[in-house]
Each structure stands twice: as structure tokens, then as C-alpha cells.
Design a protein around this ligand. Structure first.
Ligand code: FES
Length: 141
């Protein structure tokens, strides 16, 4: 169970895809589904636009990078005063800082992350836009 004052926004395409609802206090879980089968109809950012963040001191974001990028842009547009951190994912081959397969914006996830502040994301031009795949080829997200 997460701290009693914590809120969570949990999103999925449909109610059958929702996870971790029981990890949060009742009344502090905000569910969104793309198809409206449970909770708010829409995605995380659609809900976030309706949600008052002024009382929050810490915000943690994880999930698909395109969603996190949308959350990042939303939070930046609102100039939120909370400490904001994002948990990134990248392909990791060596896990000890040698191969650079996990690099993003001059950082290596295996050594410097995988959690980064919103200020660090400001300097990561590929965040939300592209990543390397196993072959070393860069793909657009
Ligand atoms: S996984 Fe090789 S440098 Fe990070």
C-alpha cells in the first residue's frame, strides 16, 4: 500500500487492462479508460487537464514514453511547482555504462537513471521522440 495521502492516476485502454488499483487508498485512485468502460473517459493527459495539482509536492510518472511525453508537456504548460520525476525505459545491454545502448540526451539510464527530473528531461531532445532498438537502429516513437 502506498502512503495514505498519495493519489494515483491509472489509465488503460479498457477496464480489463487496469492494474494496481488496490495499491492506493479508496477515493485516491483516479481511473481513466480510453473507451470509457470505467472511470473518466479519455487518456491520462485528458484527465490531468481537469485535475488540480496545486496541492501536490511530488509527482511521479511512469508508463509508455509517448504518454509520459504528453504528461511532461502538460506539466510544463501549467508550471507545476511540485518536484516531478519520470521513470524512463531504454534497451539495456551491459547495465554497467559500457555499451551506451541505454543513452538518452547525454545520460545513461543504467548509470544515471532510470528516474530523471523534469528539468533533466528538458535537456533530452530524444525523450518522447525516438529510441534505439536492439540492432542499434534509431526508431521514431
Ligand atoms: S546498458 Fe550499456 S551503457 Fe547502459
Amino acid at each position: 500500500m502506498v502512503g495514505p495521502r498519495a493519489h494515483a492516476i491509472i489509465s488503460a485502454r479498457s477496464k480489463d487492462d487496469l492494474i494496481f488499483r488496490d495499491a492506493f487508498q479508496p477515493g485516491r485512485v483516479h481511473v481513466t479508460t480510453d473507451d470509457g468502460s470505467e472511470g473518466f473517459k479519455g487518456n491520462t493527459v485528458d484527465f490531468l487537464r481537469t485535475f488540480d495539482l496545486s496541492g501536490f509536492t511530488e509527482i511521479y510518472v511512469c508508463g509508455p514514453e509517448r504518454m509520459m511525453f504528453s504528461v511532461y508537456r502538460e506539466l510544463r504548460s501549467r508550471q507545476v511547482n511540485a518536484r516531478v520525476e519520470f521513470s524512463l525505459e531504454r534497451l539495456m545491454k551491459c547495465g554497467i555504462g559500457l555499451c551506451d545502448s541505454c543513452s538518452i540526451g547525454g545520460y545513461q539510464l543504467c548509470r544515471d537513471g532510470p528516474v530523471f527530473s523534469i528539468d533533466e528531461l528538458d535537456r533530452m531532445e530524444e525523450f518522447g521522440r525516438s529510441r534505439l532498438v536492439e540492432s542499434g537502429r534509431r526508431i521514431t516513437l
